[in-house]
Each structure stands twice: as C-alpha cells, then as structure tokens.
Design a protein around this ligand. Sequence first.
Ligand SMILES: [Zn+2]
Ligand SMILES: [Zn+2]
Length: 168
Amino acid sequence: MDYDRGRVYQCTKCCFAGEKRAAIKHYACKYFGVDEHMFSCELCNFSTDNKQLMKRHPSFYAPHSKARLFATEQGIYRGSDEAYLKVNPNPQQVDPEQHLSKWKQEASVLFWITKRKPKPSSAAGSAQQLISSINLPVLQSALTSYFETNPVYNPSPLNLPSVPSTTE
Ligand SMILES: [Zn+2]
Ligand SMILES: [Zn+2]
C-alpha cells in the first residue's frame, strides 16, 4: 500500500492529523465498533486489526484479566485466551477517500515544520509571522486549523491579509 509519505491526512470526524498510516490507524481504532475490526475478543470485547496486538492484549489490557478472573471464579472460563478469539471475515476498512481528508502538499510540508518546533510558545509566535507572510489561502487555513487546536491567547492573533477566493 502506498502510504504517501510526508502528506498529511486529517480525520473527517475530529482534528486529528498525521501521516496516512497514522490517520488510518486513528480512524479504525476510534470509530470502528468491536465487530467491525478483523479481530475481537469475546471475553473482554477488545478489538483490533493487528494480529500481534490481539495475541498480546491479555498481557496489557486490564479488562481482559479481570474478565478472565471472573469467568474462572464462575467456572465458565474456556481454558485459554485463544478460545475467545473471534475473526471477522469482512472487517471494515478505512477508506482514505471517504474517512480522511488529504492536505495539499504545501500545507503538509508546513504541518511537519510546525510540528518539529521545539518550544510551543516560540513556535506559535513564528508560525503567526509565517501565516501573515503567506498568500496561499490553503496554507493559511491549514496553519489556522492547526493552531486552533493549540489556542493562542491573543485578541487578534492572526491578522491575515485578505485573499481573493479562488476555485480549484
Ligand atoms: Zn478522529
Ligand atoms: Zn480479551
């Protein structure tokens, strides 16, 4: 699968943004139900599309061990954790076209630049200067939406130059 390295994909349901692989993982983990994942556990309802994670979940997912203890006490434990593994023959897939929105190349580049800034306070300041010196509306909206998730307490923070609306 082509993961389109460097390009930013944003979740259509929240402000999560990151590389395609991360965005797909985010969407599947957050919005797919137990029965929509490839693997699920009938004991604790843990679900994932990752087989290794599925195998390991009894060791880090507390509800599983609690449920195992409870089932054992009740005398209904099936004898092994594997006995609860359910495989979905038709798992729901994340469709990047439908569930994610792909940022423009320029906006993606700026996203990673702003992500890499070491100090959040100075990053906000320099990014504001960056925003007011850029004329591409797509970059402004990308940066603005990014910084809306990290509020800057300033009555008129951006002071964007007015840009004629363009159609793509
Ligand atoms: Zn989301
Ligand atoms: Zn489980």
